[in-house]
Design a protein around this ligand. Structure first.
Ligand SMILES: O=c1ccn([C@@H]2O[C@H](COP(=O)(O)O)[C@@H](O)[C@H]2O)c(=O)[nH]1
Length: 272
């Protein structure tokens, strides 16, 4: 099954456009995990089990693991997800970009080592730098287009031939790079007008949309701008707001994460 098929099945099975981000920050983990050698693995798998029926994808951000030398725990988390929740797509957020020979190694890292269904990549080294990822025809290649951070405007908003650069990226991916139908784009929820522009350019192509939750993006504006005609087409990511949800009376961290994930999924669905 391809990444796109798996994503479509997860959208339907869980009635969800919510992508749960896995960004384990040691300082914010519950105390019982901070001292444990496999604390990151246990924290992330607990979050996965608490939210798997509410999510259309999980997205570990590799920096949170690599910074702690915890790549082996990430490998185990990915294996756990594939084993226990095989119908939920795994997106490795690594935002790689390099010459083709090196990109081939990054592709092996994402798809072989971690078994990811899809990986995020930078477009700024051009077509030959993303080609190696495309050779894995059953996997997804999610290209940075209009990122959620304020500084994304420094380059992505530059006018080139009368259009902002991010629109050229969207057009290039839609017209050329997506010949196998395996591409998606990253577009931030913090910029709904640009999200609507990208949707108009790329048709039904899936969009990975970070920026709700901790970054403050508006869910209704995001869904209105980014949904396809069928009311789908997005993986709307929330990481910190779910991982570190403040427990209410009687809740532990998994119940709090589940409550916020449920509220977020339902708020997204109400706007579809
Ligand atoms: O434009 C982008 C691209 C990627 N991200 C990543 O998404 C999550 C967002 O985390 P929150 O806690 O929900 O803010 C994180 O892993 C980023 O690296 C992004 O935010 N914006």
């Amino acid at each position: 099954m391809t990444f796109i098929n798996k994503l479509e099945a997860a959208w339907a099975a869980n009635d969800s456009l919510l992508c749960v981000g896995l960004d384990p920050d040691m300082a914010r983990l519950p105390a019982q995990f901070q001292a444990a050698p496999d604390g990151i693995y246990r924290f992330c798998t607990d979050i996965i089990d608490a939210t798997a029926d509410l999510a259309c994808a999980f997205k570990p951000q590799i920096a949170y693991f690599a910074a702690l030398g915890a790549e082996q725990q990430l490998e185990r988390i990915c294996a756990y997800l594939r084993d226990k929740h095989p119908h939920i797509p795994l997106i490795l957020d690594s935002k790689r970009g390099d010459i083709g020979a090196t990109a081939k190694q990054y592709a092996r890292e994402a798809y072989d080592r971690y078994g990811a269904d899809a990986v995020t990549v930078s477009p700024y080294m051009g077509g030959d730098s993303v080609e190696p990822y495309m050779e894995w025809t059953d996997r997804g290649v999610i290209v940075l287009c209009r990122t959620s951070n304020p500084g994304g405007s420094d380059l992505q908003f530059l006018e080139v031939n009368g259009r902002p650069l991010y629109q050229h990226v969207a057009q290039l991916v839609a017209d050329k790079w997506n010949s196998n139908g395996q591409c998606a784009l990253v577009v931030g929820a913090t910029f709904p007008e640009e999200l609507a522009q990208v949707r108009a350019i790329v048709g039904e192509m899936p969009l990975l949309v970070p920026g709700i939750g901790a970054q403050g993006g508006d869910i209704v504006a995001t869904v209105t701008a980014g949904k396809t005609t069928a009311g789908k087409g997005m993986m709307i990511n929330s990481s910190r707001a779910i991982l570190y949800a403040t427990p209410q009376a009687g809740e532990d961290f998994t119940a709090a994460a589940r409550r916020v994930a449920l509220e977020t999924r339902d708020a997204i669905n109400a706007a579809r």
